[in-house]
Design a binder for this molecule. Structure first.
Ligand code: PEP
Ligand code: MN
Length: 354
């Protein structure tokens, strides 16, 4: 059940309505909107019809609706204006277009520092880099783990760019949350419910990637786990799904981005790198993502993609990232998003070397 109080209704009204919801077996969660307080009531509840009728007559209640949707807290009606998620000063949400960029994996001190400086100069607001890597083959590079976190921390200290990095297990959550500005749940872990519950209490925002074969509803229920366990800071990520097509690594589901915009108030970013597996396809799909209303992008960048320890074929060079973001700016601005690059990146020319 979603109960929106009238604009300007005081906290006392929220407390009174919350008590009424509790008396009917619901657990109310307060969502502080820009203009009004919204209460999302979760749980089984009792005598719902009578409760709904009484709330609808309440002089301080604007609307009270029963939600048939299985996800409640992340449902659009819980915050119709859209939620802004902040990660160490970097904002994801309405009016913003936020770019995260960096290597698939942290490989060395020199590599992460060089990449961090370059993606910052190109206009990225946040650094990415995997320290704990979920690899399909057990013989592939598994990540630098704790040392990777230390190198990302050093790159942040030098460039001022906050970073997002993947957490693979519930046991690693505390260490990764302590070091990072945002924790990534990878596609392969989207339905690791023990991990999602643990992230509810981690105190940092979460970047939740859609599973390889997950429906939109399964993605939203995964987000609901994190929010229901106490963490409202979730950014969704469409990173392509597995289809019959083999030319691209995955199939980017841009329809899901438009659908998610209707279904949830959470921000949504697009990962054109994992979606395609091919660097030549990253720029066109990045522009398409901006045009379809995404709140930002996460892009893999490597100074020498041919030498990358993971995902080289889909990684773009820093120069290509700068050119891509320059070309992308008008798309984001057309959609009413704030997006700009530092001056030297804006002046750079040429898109050679994708
Ligand atoms: C990654 O971001 O490097 C990654 C492994 O992504 P995904 O979980 O989407 O495959
Ligand atoms: Mn990768």
């Amino acid at each position: 059940m979603i109960v929106s109080l009238k604009p300007g209704a005081p906290q006392a009204a929220a407390r009174r309505v919350s008590d009424k919801l509790r008396a009917h077996g619901f657990e109310p969660r307060e969502i502080l909107g820009v203009e009004r307080i919204v209460l999302a009531a979760v749980g089984r509840g009792e005598r719902k019809e009578a409760l709904l009728a009484s709330l609808q007559c309440d002089p301080e209640v604007e609307t009270a609706v029963a939600l048939t949707s299985p996800y409640k807290l992340v449902h659009r009606s819980a915050n119709p204006a859209g939620t802004t998620v902040e990660a160490s000063g970097v904002r994801f949400g309405p009016g913003e277009f936020t770019v995260i960029a960096g290597p698939c994996s942290v490989e060395s001190r020199a590599q992460i520092l060089e990449t961090a400086r370059a993606v910052k100069a190109a206009g990225a607001r946040m650094l990415r880099g995997g320290a704990y890597k979920p690899r399909t083959s057990p013989y592939d590079f598994q990540g630098l783990e704790g040392r990777g976190l230390a190198l990302l921390t050093e790159a942040r200290a030098e460039t001022g760019l906050p970073f997002v990095t993947e957490v693979l297990t519930a046991e690693d959550v505390d260490a990764v949350a302590e070091a990072s500005d945002m924790l990534q749940v990878g596609a392969r872990n989207m339905q690791n419910f023990a991990l999602l519950k643990r992230l509810g209490g981690c105190g940092k925002p979460v970047l939740l990637k859609r599973g390889l074969s997950a429906t939109i509803q399964e993605l939203l229920l995964a987000a609901e786990y994190v929010v229901a366990h106490g963490n409202p800071g979730v950014v969704l990520c469409e990173r392509g799904i597995r289809t019959f097509e083999t030319h691209t690594r995955n199939t980017l589901d841009l329809g899901a981005v438009a659908a998610l915009r209707e279904l949830t108030h959470l921000p949504i970013v697009v990962d054109p790198s994992h979606a395609t597996g091919r660097r030549s396809l990253v720029p066109p799909l990045a522009k398409a993502a901006a045009a379809v209303g995404a709140d930002g992008l996460i892009i893999e960048v490597h100074p020498r993609p041919e030498e990358a320890w993971s995902d080289g074929p889909q990684s773009v060079t820093p120069a290509s990232l700068a050119a891509l973001l320059r070309d992308l700016a008008p798309y984001a601005q057309l959609e009413g998003r704030r997006f700009s690059q530092p001056e030297p990146a804006r002046r750079a020319t040429g898109t050679e070397g994708w």
